[in-house]
Design a protein around this ligand. Structure first.
Ligand SMILES: *Cc1c(COP(=O)(O)O)cnc(C)c1O
Length: 436
């Protein structure tokens, strides 16, 4: 392949010779990482195909049902496939689960009873869960139903506060929620191994406690999932990793028979449980998306690693660092100025296949305490397995970005962010001479 043809395509897309050369140097230096990630996706691809074959996924499974959805072969088979991938007794995978927050709320509300206590041993959970739990008052929160909440923050250095957890677990503790991904915080993402150690510690303190993992953004970033190391329940969104970019909606729970039955009775109705819930036309995208998910997740990992290494070389603080192993697909880059965050997001947006002509601006989003800028040019609205970025306009002026259905798109997107930062003179014009 003649690389000058690729370079001239980049130039036609607005990437200068200097930015291209710099990006290419960084990309080339990461060959070992790409090999490692290709091996990861190869393993996970086999895992997915094996589960599909074992459960005899057939053409009939791809068709949908309507009405009550009794005996929905495709739905029932898909749930067995998920249970096999996560090595759990059962799973609930539904288009009626509207998003990740809904899946997590469902898991909590169905497995906790009045008088029980919920514990988060890894600090503050994801923003939207604050209202689910009742940390911020909300109608229908767990708190309104008499379910109390306790939290043990991570230690200063990001490690788990085992002493604090020992003190926090008590007679009422019924469910422990562990968030795998850092989400939009700067704490480290937990590896599956660390989650396993934490679960073992908690089960030792109290064997009948339910250990649930918020698995959002973590699926297929390792060969093991939290349910392989003792989690009773793992929960996530289908418009993130496991939907492979194709699922247009949905969430999943995979776990013990007891946990899943509780959730199904809550999602539909006591007595009906998993037996109803027409899958309409969603199933073929759920299957095909799951089939693509290991590969798509690998592409998103490549984009994140590329960004980490590129911006680290330019002197910006990145979390995780360029050389660190990955346990989720989110990359944070701290620019230290609103202009940096804005230029980055505009660069991502401009590289999008959908709405690439749109210029995002910061705005006062409901639920946030500062203006936020978001870049998303997605086929599925709000999908964050597609290349997307957002940054709250407040110190330390960090941008969080994730996704990329193809690594080629991720690479273009990141090159374009650098292009914007150079054009706006946030990064010096001679950056390449200083940093190569
Ligand atoms: C995205 C996310 C959620 C919530 O998912 P939504 O689909 O946005 O409701 C919860 N926890 C984590 C860690 C997430 O990344």
């Amino acid at each position: 392949m003649d690389h000058s043809a690729i370079e001239s395509m980049y130039q036609r897309m607005g990437i200068s010779r200097e930015v291209y050369a710099f990006g290419e140097k960084i990309w080339d230096s990461l060959k070992d990482r790409w090999e490692e990630i290709d091996a990861l996706s190869e393993y996970n691809q086999l895992k997915v195909i094996k589960a599909m074959q074992k459960n005899k996924v057939s053409e009939a499974c791809l068709l949908g049902t309507t009405g009550y959805g009794y005996n929905d072969l495709g739905r029932e088979t898909l749930e067995k496939v998920y249970a096999d991938i996560f090595h759990t007794q059962d799973a609930l995978v539904r288009p009626q689960i509207t998003c990740g927050t809904h899946a997590l709320a469902l898991a909590l509300m169905s497995n906790l009873r009045p008088g029980d206590e919920l514990l988060s041993p890894v600090g503050k959970p994801y923003d939207t869960l604050e209202e689910v739990i009742g940390i911020r008052p909300s109608k229908g929160s767990l708190k309104e139903y008499g379910i109390t909440y306790r939290q043990v923050d991570l230690l200063e250095d990001g490690n788990i506060d085992y002493d604090g957890i020992r003190q926090a677990v008590n007679g009422k503790t019924r469910l422990v929620t562990i968030q795998r991904s850092k989400g939009y915080q700067t704490r480290p993402t937990l590896s599956v191994q660390k989650i396993g150690e934490l679960i073992a510690f908690i089960k030792e303190l109290k064997s009948d406690v339910i250990c649930m993992v918020d698995n959002c953004y973590g699926e297929f970033t390792e060969t093991k999932e939290p349910s392989d190391v003792g989690a009773d329940l793992v929960v996530g969104s289908l418009i993130k990793n496991p939907g492979g970019g194709l699922a247009p909606i949905g969430g999943y729970l995979a776990g013990t028979n007891e946990c899943i039955e509780n959730a199904a009775y809550r999602l539909t109705s006591p007595g009906l449980g998993k037996e109803v819930g027409a899958s309409l036309q969603a199933l073929s995208t759920f299957y095909q998306g799951l089939f693509l998910a290991p590969s798509v997740t690998a592409n998103a990992l490549k984009a994140a690693i590329f960004a980490a290494n590129l911006y680290e070389r330019l002197g910006f603080e990145v979390v995780p660092k360029g050389s660190e192993p990955r346990h989720d697909i989110i990359q944070a880059v701290t620019f230290g100025s609103p202009q940096g965050v804005i230029a980055f997001c505009q660069g991502i947006q401009q590289a999008a296949p959908v709405d690439g002509h749109v210029t995002p601006e910061p705005w006062d989003m409901p639920g946030y305490d500062s203006p936020v800028i978001m870049a998303a040019g997605a086929f599925v609205s709000g999908s964050s397995i597609e290349l997307s970025a957002d940054g709250p306009i407040k110190p330390p002026y960090a941008v969080y970005f994730q996704g990329g259905l193809t690594w080629q798109h991720g690479k273009l997107g990141i090159m374009n962010t650098l292009q914007k930062l150079v054009e706006k003179e946030i990064i010096m014009k001679d950056f390449d001479k200083r940093n190569l």
